[in-house]
Design a protein around this ligand. Structure first.
Ligand SMILES: [Zn+2]
Length: 263
């Protein structure tokens, strides 16, 4: 029975972001699986997510996903969402699953198939300050991000720990107050700040210094970050901030208890 913190883990089903990485699959783009107690939360299932899940978590039954959280509708976060909804609802025969997504992920310009929406057991529209509780897990969406489409990260709490997922966004100072947590996951797409609405290395440094988590994990790498080597960037960020920074690896399972031990 997986119900203790000791077995809780984060599995990266992908650590790549944006079109070039998707096209070449230089890094997988399947999102993140949180295995917390008896619950499985899947976040941002991008292209190839189901395939990566079955590869990286052997014998995992995708029907056992309790909730899917979509931070925003961009294709590198959402491509496989309908595949999972079909699997979870058994092709629409069982009303199962929980889906949390911003309003613009639904409807005509959305990414979620209308016929599948009807089969999902529970749908929660993400808005600023929305919170959702699943057994002993609470997920809060503190603030809307500065990104081209409606976008939200979250802070997840269970037992005595907290994890923040700071998804795609242009940097804004409120991020620090919004996402205070023991473990933070940062979508670091670019080396340098630019007009493109993504976090860069200097942005991540500011956030890590501001939040002072026990550990920070960088992921969702674009081409410039991959060329430089995410592990090099993680090391530099650690030197500058004094906080342990890990560069996420495709398929790697991170035990939460071990992550908390960094603090
Ligand atoms: Zn995006």
């Amino acid at each position: 029975m997986r119900n203790r913190t000791t077995t809780d883990e984060i599995v990266f089903l992908g650590t790549g972001g944006a079109r070039y990485i998707i096209g070449k699959q230089l890094r997988a783009t399947g999102g993140i699986l949180f295995r917390l107690g008896s619950k499985n939360l899947l976040v941002d299932p991008g292209p190839e997510s189901l395939y990566r899940l079955l590869t990286y978590v052997p014998k995992f039954n995708a029907q056992k996903i309790d909730a899917i959280i979509l931070s925003h509708k961009h294709i590198d976060h959402s491509a496989d969402i309908n595949v999972y909804l079909d699997v979870i609802t058994e092709g629409g025969f069982k009303k199962q699953g929980i889906l949390l997504a911003p309003q613009d992920a639904f409807g005509e310009d959305g990414v979620i198939q209308k016929y599948l929406v009807e089969f999902v057991k529970e749908i929660k529209i993400i808005k600023p300050h929305v919170a959702y509780t699943l057994q002993d897990i609470t997920v809060q969406f503190p603030v809307q991000h500065d990104h081209r489409v409606e976008t939200y990260g979250f802070t997840l709490r269970r037992n005595d720990y907290s994890i923040s997922y700071i998804t795609d966004t242009k940097y804004f100072p409120e991020i620090i107050q919004a996402y205070r947590a023991d473990i933070i996951i940062l979508n670091l797409l670019r080396l340098e700040p630019s007009e493109i609405d993504h976090l860069s290395v200097p942005d991540c440094e500011k956030i890590i210094v501001g939040i002072k988590p026990k550990v920070a994990i960088i992921t969702h790498f674009g081409m410039t970050v991959l060329r430089k080597g995410p592990w090099n960037i993680a090391r530099q960020l650690k030197e500058k901030t004094g906080i342990t920074v890990l560069a996420a690896e495709d398929g790697k399972h991170y035990e939460i208890e071990k992550l908390l031990a960094y603090g």
